[in-house]
Design a protein. Sequence first.
Lengths: 292, 117
Amino acid sequence: MAAFVKFWGTRGSIPTPASWTRVYGGNTPCVEVRFGDTVFICDAGSGIRELGKDLLKRRPAPKHLHLLISHTHWDHIQGFPYFAPVYLPSTQIRVYGRHDNGVSPYQLLSGQMSSDYFPVSFKDLGASIADHDLGGRKMIDGVAVSAFPLNHPGGCQAYCFEKEGRKIVYATDNELEIGAWDVFPDPDNKGPLRRCPKALIKAMQGADLLILDAQYDDKEYAAKRKWGHSSCYSATDLAIQAKAKSLALFHHDPESTDRAIDEKVQWCRQRAAAHGAALNIMAAREGVELKI
Amino acid sequence: MSNAEAKMTATIRILRRERERRRHSLSEFEGDGTQRLITLTREETVMGRSPDAHLRLSSKRASREHAFLRVRGNDCVLVDNESRNGVILNGVKVHSAVLHDGDVIQVADNVFVYHED
């Protein structure tokens, strides 16, 4: 059975509606991963609003949803109060994410709906919303879902979905740090592959689709080290080393125009070709659905 | 409200409605470089090799009902209809996509550029 991946929000940091973000989109992260009737939602950025409207139009409308939160920075949870299915008593939502110091994403999702921030209280939502723990790896409706840590201020985690030989990895808000041994910056785009964490290469090995943080180019990254995001070159190098089939550059910078993102894709494709990698590279774009 | 003001208000309303109703079209480039303009007037346009397809494709690589172009509100959505050779958008194989002005669509051996007014 094929899996489907649809991008509902691809922008990092803050919603960026503008004439120059029309193509790739201005909504913050939300990606739907669907295996048959089982719907996984990666992050609840502002893109989840349109997903919610779409879910209600489907026949039959999915009633059991799995919401996986990478971390609880605003751009990954801000759409939740506008996700229409949470107001319907017929909806059941299971929320997964990192538990830090005893605080769960569920608690932080509900916290952003206190009366100081939002007019509707979390306890007044119609849906049944429950906190769940993946415990590293869990079978959900026949899909093996696992989580692994990423390098981001305050922590973050990636999610991997596997079923019947298909593998999809959602790994945003991750800084692939560039060491002294790496060629950086790499203006000619011909340097050797940068060293990437072995744990990430292993976790992503052979993926059909990697959705990776690629917020910056090398020049932008130089000015924003330790901000918790990666150069698109480093993301490409990780995908090559993981022998992934396809890479979607994700978490576009709020300052990146559609044209700038197109250029990043071209540079990354050139880089992959220079290393002889059979890697399909695209930029995640709102409204695009892939069949895996 | 004076008659002139009422007329102006009505005119603005009509113009806004027209502006909101986007027109969708494709231009197809033939092998000799000539261009064919196809205006998408239907809610759903079927692209394929079938004689019944609205937009007929002659290539043997095309499936009978290869893909759909669906107009939804202001958007035009390209959907692959489980075709054998898929649909390529700007060089990427996709299942479906909301189209934007200038998108290059490849269906079998045919190449189209999408336009919105």
